[in-house]
Design a protein around this ligand. Structure first.
Ligand SMILES: NC(=O)c1ccc[n+]([C@@H]2O[C@H](COP(=O)([O-])OP(=O)(O)OC[C@H]3O[C@@H](n4cnc5c(N)ncnc54)[C@H](O)[C@@H]3O)[C@@H](O)[C@H]2O)c1
Length: 348
């Protein structure tokens, strides 16, 4: 090894040009210490394939922490197909991409199973399932657990309840002011759950057609720029990652940040800055775990839907434990969360 070369943190990384699509497929397995790796397929635009690789590396490492914190017997993995900017996939081309991904998954011989992520859906998992059995979240009619976003939203709700009880002594979110960024699959479900509970919603999306949903739920609409500095009890990132830059953290006017978006911190320092500003941040790998907990426990571990839902709702206990530990040790919930996950991985 060359002096100064950092150690490789990941167990396995596969990078190949898809033989059908010609597009770069990156599959990263971070860890199989707790069990076979799992993680979604991100089909997204990147300036270059190396940017896709960077994303796959950090997203797969985050999956290891997510599974460990959730107490699941699984390790972290992720697949990224880096679409050149402006690429549009018609149906035959999309199928080619999915088969290329399926070949990569199959070549891992069970060390990694794939599910949906940004840019992919249960229907895409059905196509991948033509080639490999190592796939989860296929549509229900094909024996899969289907769309994971309702359970992801349910898990974020559980995390919000824990934080609310810690900060305000009550679980109910009635009357709490929520600033929600991103009304996609998860964001819409969560907005509906929060509205049903009587929370006061302010919402945004880059897609203006989502204004209809805001109107239906009686939510106030703001632009993505405005919502950052909106007065709120909770900011809920439910769009893409990297939201919490130092600049954004300085502009926040909320008491806590709790949301399902993956990789919310732009840099690790943003977590310290949040702490300095006395803004409680619940790590996204914990607040976003509901969907994958449901999919993995029902499809790969054989739990009933009721047992699985109980595991999703147990995110409330995990977050309570993090907040209590963080207070007792004088560390951030993120540090307490890493510690909890590390202990479980090391014990394996
Ligand atoms: N779907 C799941 O079950 C699941 C599970 C775990 C984590 N997540 C994470 O949650 C987030 C949302 O997932 P999803 O499945 O709802 O995705 P989605 O693509 O359905 O929704 C994302 C929404 O965010 C909007 N958006 C994008 N950039 C924005 C910006 N800068 N400002 C405001 N809005 C913006 C999009 O228009 C879209 O409506 C992602 O980070 C995803 O990785 C999702």
């Amino acid at each position: 090894m060359r002096e100064g070369t950092p150690m490789l943190d990941h167990e396995e990384i596969l990078v190949r040009r898809g033989r059908r699509s010609g597009l770069p497929v990156v599959l990263a397995v971070h860890s199989t210490a707790l069990g076979p790796a799992a993680g979604g397929l991100r089909l997204w635009h990147y300036p270059g394939w190396r940017d896709g690789l960077t994303d796959a590396l950090r997203l797969s490492a985050a999956m290891t922490l997510k599974f460990a914190a959730a107490g699941l017997a699984a390790g972290g993995g992720k697949t990224v197909v880096a679409l050149p900017p402006g690429t549009r996939l018609d149906q035959p081309r999309r199928r080619d991409v999915l088969y290329d991904v399926a070949d990569a998954v199959e070549s891992m011989a069970g060390r990694y199973a794939i599910g949906p992520d940004v840019g992919t859906s249960p229907a895409d998992m059905a196509v991948i399932g033509d080639v490999t059995p190592h796939v989860f979240c296929r549509p229900r009619e094909l024996g899969g657990s289907g769309d994971s976003s309702p359970h992801t939203a349910q898990g974020t709700l559980a995390a919000l309840r824990a934080v609310n009880r810690h900060l305000h002594g009550e679980r109910t979110l009635k009357g709490r002011r929520m600033a929600l960024i991103g009304l996609g699959h998860v964001g819409e479900h969560l907005a509906r759950l929060l509205a049903a509970e009587g929370a006061v919603l302010t919402v945004t999306d880059i897609d203006d057609t989502k204004k209809r949903l805001a109107g239906e739920l009686g939510a106030t609409w703001r632009t993505p720029e405005e919502i950052i500095s909106t007065d709120a009890d909770y900011l809920i990132p439910a769009a893409l990652g990297g939201l919490l830059t130092p600049h954004v953290v300085r502009a926040l006017r909320c008491r806590a940040v709790v949301g399902p978006a993956n990789n919310q911190l732009d840099t690790p320092e943003a977590a310290d800055l949040l702490h300095q500003r006395a803004i409680t941040w619940i790590p996204d790998h914990i607040a976003s775990a509901g969907g994958v907990i449901n999919a993995m426990t029902t499809e790969l571990h054989g739990l009933t839907p009721e047992e699985s839902l109980a595991r999703v709702n147990a995110i409330e206990d995990t977050v309570t434990e993090l907040l209590t530990t963080a207070d007792a040790l004088g560390v951030t919930p993120a540090e307490a969360g890493h510690e909890l996950a590390r202990r479980r991985i090391d014990a394996a």
